[in-house]
Design a protein around this ligand. Structure first.
Ligand code: SAH
Length: 360
């Protein structure tokens, strides 16, 4: 047989992996079951989990396991690993944008952000997005893949290794709609929170949704400590439906009702994201209308001056318009901030992340 080229070897190992268990997507309890199934001690599960969370991708490096167990694991399971294809570092603020290739050949983007209160990572939950929001780059190529729990987790692990520092916060605000990949999202949260792994507090995590109401209800029950952010972007159905097709299915009145219930049930403040678009949703009367709808809710509004996306025709509101909008909300007792955008020079800001299809 002729010698295998590197590309052939890579393809073969991917083919083989598809037949094996995705061990990095397994919570410790499931991993323990896998061990029991192959006649091994369950307590090994935390050890293996710990290695994977530290960024070990090869069973052979798990030195506290017997050689026999390492071989057995290699036969039945694989450890998910994203390929870091590219890192762009913002000259303005040190934001880093990563391009990771998935096994499917699609690629996703993730962002590392430095804030005064600590380091944050923004991860993608899908390759592409099906929600079709009119102003967002992520929707442009449609949806290609749901990310597995391990593919979500490995964005955090790989970035942690690259920057060599502790990641204080994770936001699920990259490409994709997390509630359109709900089960994998929940598993990811279980993985990242596990004491044997990254041990991240659920309160340090924020999940952002375009407003899939049925999942907001589930999420409040399943993960009441995780912060919820809602992409609102309009003060009424007319404007919101124009920008966000999801609003036709889940109109604003019902969405806000679900949000009120979520805040009341969990006792946690909801963040509403509102991208200010010149002449479209940024007038004083829009601010009044929004304030009226959010009255007495445990919430916070995060105004985002729209970030440019080359294929889209919308323009950002000016600073003064944003400040006037914020002032009206504040005047009605609604806590408001204008987001300081990081990473715009590398297209790493909100709405600028997109699906990249790479050659296989
Ligand atoms: N699908 C989820 C997660 C994406 S979060 C959601 O919709 O919430 C990304 C945030 O950036 C969302 O609030 C999104 O609406 C916002 N966004 C999209 N395009 C933008 C743009 N061009 N400028 C500013 N924010 C944008």
């Amino acid at each position: 047989m002729a010698l295998e080229t590197a590309a052939e070897k890579d393809r073969r190992s991917r083919r083989e992996d598809r037949m094996k268990a995705d061990i990095k997507s397994m919570p410790v309890t499931e991993l323990a079951q896998l061990l029991a199934d192959i006649g091994e001690q369950k307590y090994r599960a935390s050890q293996i989990f710990e290695w994977m969370s530290k960024g070990v991708y090869d069973f052979e490096e798990m030195t506290n396991l017997s050689k026999n167990l390492r071989e057995k694991l290699g036969d039945v399971a694989f450890i998910e690993r994203l390929t870091m294809e590219k890192v762009q570092i913002s000259a303005k603020d040190g934001t880093r944008k990563y391009l990771f290739r998935l096994k499917s050949g699609n690629a996703i983007e993730s962002v590392f952000l430095k804030y005064h209160y600590g380091n944050s990572v923004c991860i993608s939950s899908q390759a592409g997005c099906r929600m079709g929001c009119a102003f967002c780059a992520s929707a442009i190529g449609g949806m290609a893949d749901n990310l597995s729990p391990a593919e979500m987790l490995d964005q955090v692990i790989a970035i942690g290794l690259d920057v060599g520092g502790r990641i204080g916060n994770v936001v699920v605000m990259g490409t994709g709609e997390p509630f359109d990949n709900y089960e994998n999202l929940c598993r990811f949260l279980t993985l990242i929170h596990d004491k044997a792994g990254l041990n991240m507090s659920l309160r340090a995590i924020t999940v952002s949704t375009c407003g899939i109401i049925s999942k907001i209800e589930d999420f409040g029950r399943d993960f009441p400590q995780v912060n919820l952010a809602i992409s609102l972007h309009g003060p009424n159905d007319e404007i919101r439906s124009r920008l966000m097709p999801i609003n036709r299915k889940y109109p604003m009145g019902e969405l806000l009702k679900a949000c009120r219930k979520h805040a009341a049930d969990t006792g946690r403040r909801i963040t509403f994201e509102y991208a200010l678009i010149n002449g479209l949703n940024d007038s004083p009367s829009h601010a009044e209308e929004l304030a009226q709808k959010l009255r007495h809710m445990l919430c916070h509004v995060n105004l985002i001056p729209l970030n440019p996306v080359s294929e889209r025709e919308y323009a950002a509101s000016g600073r003064q318009t944003a400040e006037a909008f914020a002032k009206i909300l504040e005047g009605k007792g609604i806590q408001t901030t204008i987001r300081r955008e990081l990473g715009t020079d590398i297209d790493g800001a909100c709405g600028q992340l997109r699906l990249k299809t790479l050659e296989k």
